[in-house]
Design a protein around this ligand. Structure first.
Ligand code: HEM
Length: 172
């Protein structure tokens, strides 16, 4: 890490109490909950079998996001855009994350983590919507469409565009 970056990380750490050790505890506890969760668990179970590399990646990610260390070099949007999720999944993710942060961290640290998580979740939701062919208006959420007859894993649309999306996603 260069000197300027180190200074910024140190300042954030002193202000919030966030350390690499705290990040590791938060991430481990959070993903324990995610894996056990009825809404999120199956989405992860289908994609992650070896959890340790994912957890290591998430330590680097949160270190970059919360402490500005620049340790993470991935592309989260590319990984999330094709996921079969809607605003329900995003909200559940945020609830579990906030619950875990409030349990393990002091108020300043929890506020810092949660604020960043909300901002990133919002941009991921827009990216996921776009991938599904939906342009979300400001404040609009990505809703799931019930289509029990479909063989596709999930059908999505936002309220006013549902017919367009259903036409785009029509199965043979
Ligand atoms: C609906 C909620 C979410 C679900 C279901 C979800 C699911 C996943 C899955 C399955 C992966 C592994 C992808 C792969 O390796 O193929 C992943 C990776 C990741 N997720 Fe999420 N995620 C969600 C929300 C978030 C949010 C809100 C954040 C950030 C605040 C986030 C940050 C990341 C990062 C950084 C990675 C690693 C990407 C990489 O490999 O570089 N996720 N997520």
């Amino acid at each position: 890490m260069n000197e300027r970056r180190e200074k910024i990380s140190r300042e954030i750490s002193e202000r919030t109490g966030i350390t690499e050790e705290l990040i590791e505890r938060l991430v481990r506890r959070f993903y324990d909950r995610v894996r056990a969760d009825a809404v999120l668990g199956p989405v992860f179970a289908e994609r992650i079998t070896d959890w340790e590399p994912h957890l290591q990646q998430m330590f680097a990610f949160w270190s970059s996001v919360a402490l500005k260390t620049g340790r993470y070099h991935g592309r989260p949007m590319q990984k999330h855009a094709p996921l079969p999720v809607s605003s329900d999944h995003i909200d559940r993710w945020l609830d579990l994350f906030e619950e875990t942060a409030r349990e393990l961290c002091c108020e300043a640290a929890a506020d810092h983590f949660v604020e960043q998580a909300r901002n990133i979740a919002q941009s991921l939701e827009m990216g996921i919507a776009q991938f599904q062919g939906v342009m979300l208006a400001p404040g609009e959420r990505l809703t799931a469409v019930d289509n029990p007859g479909s063989r596709a894993p999930a059908w999505f649309a936002c309220r006013n565009l549902s017919s367009t999306i259903l036409a785009q996603k029509a199965m043979p």
